[in-house]
Design a protein around this ligand. Structure first.
Ligand code: NI
Length: 144
């Protein structure tokens, strides 16, 4: 099926080819990134970028649902109380947390990854609580 002169669907393979218009500078940056990440084709990198965007998008409106989740966040552990507040929050939500990994990024920076399973409402509450702490600079939630 041909939708226009650049979007082509091959029904037999379940693959649709699309044409995408991008600013040159954005494409150059993307190509540099995918070379660095070891992709051999743009198509595979774009598929992964779309999957990543979809996982984030699906997380927007999943109230009342259950599943698995990853909460990734970065914080400065020198900010008073942030580390103990994050620890307290995780103990409060212990029933949905499967495991937590702590990585010391630098002298002051910490990264944690929480793998959770259960109510997405609770996952969102936990993420919101972490996000609200002073010293936390990035929180990313993916629901599966
Ligand atoms: Ni640390």
């Amino acid at each position: 099926m041909q939708k226009n002169n650049t979007d082509i669907t091959d029904a037999d393979e379940g693959i649709t080819r699309i044409g995408v218009s991008l600013p040159s500078s954005l494409l150059e940056g993307f190509d540099a990134m995918i070379r660095d990440e070891g992709y051999t084709t743009r198509s595979e990198a774009i598929r992964d970028a779309i999957r990543d965007a979809m996982a984030r998008w699906r997380g927007v409106d999943r109230a009342g649902q259950y599943g698995s989740a990853v909460i990734t966040f970065v914080y400065d552990h020198h900010v008073p109380r942030v580390a103990t507040d994050i620890l307290d929050a995780q103990h409060e939500y212990h029933d949905i947390i499967v495991t937590t990994v702590h990585h010391h990024l630098s002298h002051e920076g910490c990264m944690e990854v929480i793998l959770a399973k259960g109510s997405f409402d609770q996952v969102r509450s936990l993420a919101d609580r972490i996000r609200s702490r002073r010293g936390v600079t990035l929180v990313r939630v993916m629901l599966f």
